[in-house]
Design a protein around this ligand. Structure first.
Ligand SMILES: [Cu+2]
Length: 121
């Protein structure tokens, strides 16, 4: 009975490691500009997204999604450190989204959406 309990507990611990270890290796968005639910002045905006790990810029994507317009795939470039993704684009006013997709050095792809608002200046 006790051995059974210990075995189950051991498997549970293994299970937790199995779930948490790969998750820490994936690229997770830490912060950036535009910030989620933030605002940017309409016009040319320097986008910068920071992740928790090195990212492979050549195999990552950033797309600007504006309601009523075609999706715009942005030209991305590495930032000063390997955990940064940068791009410049011209923002309209109104609500829009950045869709990011990133390949981390562990070979896993993560993606997410940042919703924000362009404010006319
Ligand atoms: Cu991973």
């Amino acid at each position: 009975m006790r051995a059974h309990f210990l075995l189950r507990r051991g498997l549970l611990v293994l299970g937790l490691f199995g779930v948490s270890f790969p998750a820490t290796a994936h690229a997770i968005l830490m912060d950036g500009y535009p910030a989620p639910n933030g605002t940017v002045p309409a016009g040319t905006v320097a986008i910068r997204l920071r992740f928790n790990s090195r990212i492979d810029i050549a195999r990552s994507q950033l797309t600007l999604v504006v309601p009523g317009r075609d999706d715009q795939r942005l030209q991305i470039r590495p930032g000063p450190t390997p955990d940064l993704m940068e791009a410049d684009t011209i923002m309209a006013s109104g609500g829009m989204q950045l869709h990011w997709q990133v390949l981390a050095i562990d070979g896993h792809i993560t993606r997410g959406v940042i919703g924000f608002t362009g404010i006319a200046r």
